[in-house]
Design a binder for this molecule. Structure first.
Ligand SMILES: O=C(O)COP(=O)(O)O
Ligand SMILES: [Mg+2]
Length: 223
């Protein structure tokens, strides 16, 4: 089998496709940066560049706040409250689905694939974002970083999504944009596909089994 042109790496349909959210399905960077900078301004601190915020995304909201509020390490809880409140009220001011999301979800559903979101974003914000962007109904499972005790890069949320879908490895695939996604996938025993257009660094993409520069590269499905 020649899989060089087939980022799925398989010719038979997976039973479950797990999608990361930020940087994979949704370009949410501008809204995350706005909420970080609202939090910082509440402490009288200057804004951070969007690029700086990008480098801090991936290990959940608490980690993001900790990394973007280094001047106030003792105020992490208050910073997290400010960030979450602002982000919840401004979840999709700028956020948009990446090109190719809707045709991909439709093709996978037509192929009988169970669809899940496995994110490190808080579950309530995941649901809110998916609702506002009118894609919530596509997913049988939505797990945020608070859905399990240990979020990605631990395999736990992937294993929970697989359990909920009634699927065991290797019949699942993880599509993401960060080392957290690819490390979690490897630990869960499932293939991973890297979205190079997301928020991760080039070295992180090498941790996945294959790479795509657009979700459109996943179509037509090879199965
Ligand atoms: O909230 C984060 O840190 C990143 O969220 P993600 O897992 O959907 O990329
Ligand atoms: Mg991501």
């Amino acid at each position: 089998m020649d899989t060089t042109q087939n980022p799925w790496g398989v010719m038979t349909a997976p039973s479950l496709v797990m999608f990361d959210l930020d940087g994979t399905l949704v370009d949410s960077l501008a809204d995350l940066a706005a909420s970080v900078n609202f939090m910082r301004s509440s402490f009288g601190l200057p804004p951070l560049a969007t690029e700086t915020v990008r480098q801090c995304i991936g290990k959940g909201a608490r980690n993001l706040v900790g990394r973007t509020l280094p001047e106030r390490a003792d105020d992490l809880d208050r910073g997290l409250d400010l960030f979450l409140e602002h982000n919840g009220a401004n979840i999709a001011v700028h956020s948009r689905l990446y090109p190719g999301v809707l045709p991909l979800l439709a093709a996978l559903r037509d192929a009988g694939v169970f669809l899940a979101v496995v994110s490190n974003k808080p579950t309530v914000l995941c649901r809110q974002l998916l609702d506002v962007l009118e894609v919530a109904d596509w997913f049988g499972t939505v797990l945020g970083g608070d859905a399990v005790a240990q979020c990605k890069p631990w395999p736990d949320p992937l294993l929970l999504a697989m359990e909920q879908a009634g699927v065991v490895a290797p019949a699942a695939v993880m599509i993401g944009d960060s080392s957290n996604d690819f490390d979690a996938a490897r630990a869960a025993g499932v293939r991973s596909i890297a979205c190079t257009f997301g928020f991760g660094e080039p070295w992180e993409m090498e941790l996945a089994d294959s790479r795509i520069d657009s979700l459109e590269a996943l179509l037509p499905l090879p199965f």
